[in-house]
Design a protein around this ligand. Structure first.
Ligand code: HEM
Length: 448
């Protein structure tokens, strides 16, 4: 019989969820986790909330015992907005949808998008050149979101979008994210309770909905049949009933990809740019590698895998700044994690940010050192403690797409520009489901 009978420790005596969790979840969670071995209880006992960051526990929750850890009740606000899409669905329905959608993310599919991605990046570089020439700082977060809206909509739904519409979509998803981020920590309150920003959030969800239904309607009414994600979803048939997906099911999957697809990738690019602006010598090494490896003016997707140093830089930026940093699970049955017992219906917060900065796994964890990912330095202990895209069967379906887009954008940025952060701008992380610098990141660009 297991002798793990103790509940995990509490960091501090609290009567409720500390306001700090809402104001600055990272500082709060890092603080709470700091002096405990990767498992700590927070908030009032009745809410049964646990923060888990020990790599062995993460593996148990996401990989070996994942069936006991569905996403659970802290995902309620996400379900209200995203419906029953791939991020929020569970069980056999999720399995079936993942099987339908997986082919759209295979490398053959990515190759088919090459010209589209290159054209979007080229247009963005032209805009940034213009900013550089006029001496106007470029907000790389806003720019990357706009670029990713164009790339993802074209790649997954074969939809082209003009600048103002892309900007509007960017605004809408940001509003939904801000709304969700505030609802996450009050998941136990009824949905109807008015909260600050609720009206803007609801209007943004409604406008995004009409955008999604427009995309579905246009495709249903068209004779074209592109082999993209939307095509796969429209053609998918249930193997038992032979039924196709309803517009509501399609809406949930597409809305989910709107939310999961471009803001995360753009946030990642922003943090990479932040680190490169602070370490221009690393940016120069990236340029030297590109000059060695890439044959032509624009980069081919096939060349990306040869950018070994660039891969380390991206890994290191995602270690220090995981773009999608907080996810949730809930136990079905009670379980044992190390010396502790988790009750049934225990709510779990997973936060790679904590594991990625834990000195037990990473030497000098706060420093930006891409070479820690060099094959002769990257140990299995570190691999175990690194999971910016998740782990197990629910690992990010867009990892390869996001990585390829990130590589294309970072390559274009460093090849064309030297850059610094606008003088006097204070970079302050902010939780909006992704973790972004508050106000974005204004870069002063100079053409190389
Ligand atoms: C740097 C960019 C990205 C990061 C860091 C990221 C991170 C993640 C993480 C950590 C998860 C797992 C969450 C959990 O287990 O609860 C996830 C799931 C997911 N991601 Fe991403 N993501 C990125 C880009 C993308 C892109 C480009 C797409 C699609 C266009 C995408 C679509 C999804 C979907 C649909 C899921 C749910 C998968 C499932 O449960 O089967 N992500 N992502």
């Amino acid at each position: 019989m297991s002798d793990a009978t103790e509940l995990p420790p509490l960091p501090i005596p609290t009567a409720g969820l500390r306001p700090g969790l809402i104001r600055d979840p990272f500082a709060y969670l890092m603080d709470a986790a700091a002096s405990y071995d990767g498992l700590v209880r927070i908030g009032p006992a009745a809410l049964r909330i646990f923060v888990v960051s020990h790599p062995d526990h993460i593996r148990r929750i996401l990989v070996t015992h994942a069936a006991n850890y569905p996403k659970g009740s802290m995902m309620r606000p996400f379900r209200a907005a995203l419906g029953n899409g791939l991020v929020t669905s569970e069980g056999d329905y999720w399995k079936r949808q993942r099987r339908f959608m997986q082919p759209a993310f295979h490398s053959r599919q990515l190759e088919a998008m090459e010209a589209h991605v290159a054209a979007c990046v080229e247009r963005a570089v032209a805009r940034w050149c213009d900013g550089a020439r006029r001496g106007v700082p470029v907000n790389i977060l806003d720019e990357s979101i706009r670029l990713n809206v164009e790339i993802v909509l074209g790649a997954l739904f074969s939809t082209s979008i003009d600048g103002p519409r892309a900007d509007r979509l960017r605004e809408l998803t940001s509003q939904v994210f801000v709304g969700l981020a505030s609802k996450v920590w009050t998941f136990f309150l009824p949905d109807r309770l008015p909260m600050p920003g609720t009206t803007a959030y609801r209007l943004a969800v409604a406008e995004l909905d009409s955008e999604v239904f427009r995309i579905i309607g246009e495709r249903r009414g068209s004779d074209d049949d592109p082999e993209d994600l939307l095509g796969l979803l429209l053609a998918a048939e249930d193997s038992e009933t032979g039924e196709r997906m309803t517009d509501r099911q399609l809406r949930d999957e597409i809305f989910t990809l709107f939310m999961a697809g471009y803001e995360t990738t753009a946030t990642g690019t922003t943090w990479i740019s932040y680190e490169l602006a602070r370490h221009p010598e690393i940016a120069d090494k990236l340029v030297a590698e590109l000059d060695r490896v890439a044959s032509g003016e624009s980069l081919a997707l096939a060349e990306l895998s040869r950018l070994e140093y660039q891969r380390r830089v991206i890994h290191e930026a995602f270690r220090l700044h995981p773009p999608f940093p907080i996810w949730f699970r809930e136990t079905v049955d009670s379980d044992t994690l190390g010396p502790y017992r988790l009750p049934a219906k225990a709510r779990i917060i997973l936060n790679p940010h904590i594991t990625h900065r834990d000195p037990r796994y990473w030497d000098d964890p706060e420093s930006f050192d891409p070479d820690r990912f060099a094959p002769d330095r990257f140990t299995s202990r570190m691999r175990h403690a690194y999971y910016p895209f998740g782990k197990g069967s629910r690992v990010c379906i867009g990892e390869r797409l996001a990585t390829s887009i990130t590589q294309m954008v970072v390559s274009a940025l460093v090849r064309n520009f030297e850059f610094t952060i606008l003088e006097g701008f204070r970079v302050e992380p902010r939780y909006v489901v992704t973790c972004q610098p508050r106000g974005g990141l204004p870069l002063v660009l100079r053409e190389r």
